[in-house]
Write a protein that binds this ligand. Structure first.
Ligand SMILES: Cc1cc2nc3c(=O)[nH]c(=O)nc-3n(C[C@H](O)[C@H](O)[C@H](O)COP(=O)(O)OP(=O)(O)OC[C@H]3O[C@@H](n4cnc5c(N)ncnc54)[C@H](O)[C@@H]3O)c2cc1C
Length: 461
């Protein structure tokens, strides 16, 4: 419980209409994509950088935990107020400030929904490539804090590549600007890159300068099916040999395909025996797209594709994406609990990752449908069990630990997209050395000496 005097001070800063302690609101703001609520004591909706700074300063001097929330779609509990305190919802920071066509950049407030920002820049022929599947709900600030990626990351990179500069409120209320509007900047330490992916633990982003590129004028969509995941990965290798980098390269395994087939009432979605399915998109100038699509088809056939389809219309394109689109609801029908991990391995080791998953399925007796971004080796491994079955839940967690140990052994990482938050904090030392963690903690202390901003995240107490 926060003292009434503290609440009154918050009201003075942002206005009483922008402070709420309503039970329903606390519950709603106290959770993210994991749907495990930890209500804060109070929710505050600042409207200006000055207000954010004043709230931070107040929390800093009162040693009150302060959590920042964007779209609330995080999958690692990053925005969840584990220790109560103040939940700062950035929803009033929802304006695109400037689309600078001459300098190929956009200046934006952090709570612009990613998909809306994409639409706005595409309307003037420009392109913001990062495309997390949550783009209709997640916001730019949350994407920056998590360094979000998506299907297009193989060709275009993740959010980090597009952040040129930031305005940030530090946990003690100081306001800094990092980077600039220029594409080259080597002055001092690169604080922009440090803040990208810092999971709301170092500062509160109040403005961002994002780099844009020209919108590719043409694209082509293909879907190829294979008798094994290994063959699908071999098709990716063939593509690299042919020097083609598709904009999108999504892999769906046989267990996912079976789940979608059942979910859609047995509809025949792919040839019998399909154990690996690739959805590939190439984009660029029209003639280059025609040539690259031919190379993609040839690479898939060389790798043993059982079928290669190419969309001729937007309707056909939507149809080729159908399996991937229906995956999320289909997986929910397998079991009530999904331990959803976003591990990543070097692309060439994806077949070994799938062999590891096969071993885990046998050893722990759990279903593990997998899909993901074949181009960058980022695979969503979904351990599915019945939430009411305590033994199955225990086995799922044991399988998860073995998965993490395995991906580190494969020179990969325990998270390619969703971040550490609090859910993966216990596993940090599987991947990072004691010395590296100690250095990161010193960085955290330099920004936030009293550990008020997003405490309990990334590092275990
Ligand atoms: C259906 C679904 C699909 C998804 N697909 C993808 C995917 O393809 N790729 C991917 O990368 N992720 C994906 N995610 C995870 C999630 O959408 C991303 O991590 C996203 O970047 C979170 O953005 P958000 O705005 O919802 O942030 P929140 O969940 O609100 O917050 C996430 C973190 O960012 C911090 N934060 C938010 N705003 C600020 C700010 N202004 N300043 C400082 N810190 C801030 C929070 O404190 C927290 O630590 C998916 C999630 C769902 C539910």
């Amino acid at each position: 419980m926060l003292p009434q005097l503290f609440i009154s001070e918050l009201e003075q800063i942002v206005g009483a209409a922008h402070v709420t302690g309503d039970e329903t609101a606390l519950l709603a703001y106290g959770q993210d994509g994991l749907k495990k609520p930890h209500p804060p004591d109070v929710v505050v909706l600042p409207g200006t950088t000055g207000e954010v700074a004043a709230v931070a300063e107040l929390c800093h001097s009162g040693r009150v935990p302060l959590y920042v929330r964007g779209g609330g779609t995080g999958y690692s509990g990053g925005a969840v107020p584990l220790r109560g305190g103040v939940l700062l919802s950035m929803e009033r920071f929802n304006r695109i400030l400037e689309i600078d066509e001459r300098n190929l950049l956009v200046v934006t407030e952090p709570n612009v929904v990613t998909g809306r920002l994409q639409e706005a820049v595409e309307a003037v022929g420009l392109f913001y490539p990062p495309d997390p599947a949550s783009l209709d709900e997640s916001v730019i600030g949350g994407n920056i804090a998590e360094n979000a990626g998506g299907p297009r990351a193989f060709k275009y990179g993740t959010t980090r590549r597009y952040v040129l500069g930031l305005e940030v409120v530090l946990p003690n209320g100081e306001v800094i600007r990092t980077g600039s509007k220029a594409v080259k900047n080597v002055v001092g330490y690169d604080l922009t890159r440090l803040l990208v992916g810092s999971e709301g633990t170092l500062g509160i982003i109040t403005q961002a300068v994002l780099r844009l590129i020209p919108k590719p004028p043409a694209h082509a969509t293909l879907r190829a099916t294979f008798g094994s995941v290994d063959a699908a990965v071999e098709a990716v290798n063939e593509l690299i040999r042919a020097r083609v980098v598709p904009a999108t390269l999504e892999l769906v395994d046989g267990e996912c395909l079976a789940a979608v087939t059942r979910y859609l009432g047995g509809a025949e979605l792919a040839p019998q025996g399909t154990a690996g399915l690739l959805i590939l998109e190439v984009d660029g100038m029209a003639q280059a797209v025609v040539e690259e699509a031919q190379l993609v088809e040839a690479a898939c056939r060389t790798a043993g594709a059982t079928e290669v389809l190419r969309a001729a219309t937007e309707d056909e394109r939507r149809e080729l994406w159908r399996v991937r689109r229906e995956l999320s609801p289909a997986l929910k029908t397998i079991a009530t609990m999904k331990v959803n991990q976003d591990v990543v391995v070097p692309r060439g080791r994806v077949p070994e990752l799938f062999r590891l998953v096969g071993e885990l399925k046998r050893e722990f007796g759990v279903a593990i449908p997998c899909f993901g971004h074949a181009g960058d080796g980022n695979i969503h491994v979904n351990i599915m069990v019945d939430a009411a079955d305590a033994d199955a839940v225990r086995r799922a967690h044991a399988a998860q630990r073995r998965l993490f140990e395995g991906v580190v052994g494969l020179e990969g990482s325990i998270s390619g997209e969703h971040g550490i938050g609090y859910t993966k904090a216990p596993f940090l030392s599987l991947e990072l050395s004691r010395e590296a963690i100690a250095l990161m903690k010193r960085v955290k202390r330099a920004f936030d000496p009293h550990d008020i901003l997003n405490p309990g995240k990334i590092f275990q107490d």
